[in-house]
Ligand binder design. Sequence first.
Ligand code: SF4
Ligand code: ZN
Length: 311
Amino acid sequence: MKCRKCGGKASVNMRQHKLALCKEHYLEWIPEQTERFIKKYHMFARDERILVAVSGGKDSLSLWDILARLGYQADGLYLGLGIDGGIGYSHESQRLSQKFADENNLKLHVVDIEGEYGHSIPVLSEISHRGHGKPCAVCGLAKRHEMNRIARDLGYDVLATGHNLDDEAAVLFGNTLNWSAEYLLRQGPVLPASDGFARKVKPLCRFYEREMTAYALARGIEYIYDECPFAEGSQQIFYKEALNQLESARPGAKLTFYLKFLEARKSGELFVEKNIEHARLHACPNCGQPTSAPGLCSFCRMVEKAKVETE
Ligand code: SF4
Ligand code: ZN
């Protein structure tokens, strides 16, 4: 495989884009594409202040790295959830987030949930009895609340998260299986600010997870490999695996699923009942069935053609 730009040895091959690139050109391509998505979906402007939610994982650290490389004013926010899971998950993810910030001269805000509210996420979850054992319901609620609070309190224009295409496609898949109209209508690369909620954007939403892994590795970003210990066995992971099977049989299926959804949402076709156009139909002069164009209907044309060709 050769790099499309320089003909050198390709190190990343993206079947779904029919594009192979060497490391150097891959590291240029990712920010170029990100910039294109930022503009296309009107995420933010050069003079706006961005708060990046950083978890210590590859996606959020890569997002921060890309925005900084593109020259945007992006600060980080790390939320200390107090999750240990036998691997010191929160401790290690905070350490790596801080290390990245220090090495790149970037500003990281750290908010510790226990310090702020007296209990870690797992303890809050036990006390509140939400979510049947797993702290994810409480964790999601706390993360949304705190990210929004800090973005507003510190005067940021927009809140950016590192969700990639695999994340977005999995959420979309779940919402579609349940036909959750309200969630479907709110899902997208940008959620505009409203009633005290900061604008939220997902600049990586069109990159496959493996593309972000390749970027983080090529950039030498040190990130936490472990997922949160509570993520295991989640619905989200199950949906991701199902979509991966689909993707391996049909490269690009995930991207098409997501992009076609965005198109349908934008055009207002989602959940709008339309009267199927029955106007201006004609009768086929051969069979009499309705057809949109004057002359023979499609079926009769096909049969005609077959006749001519086999004569
Ligand atoms: Fe929070 Fe995600 Fe861990 Fe659940 S899996 S506890 S939502 S970080
Ligand atoms: Zn190249």
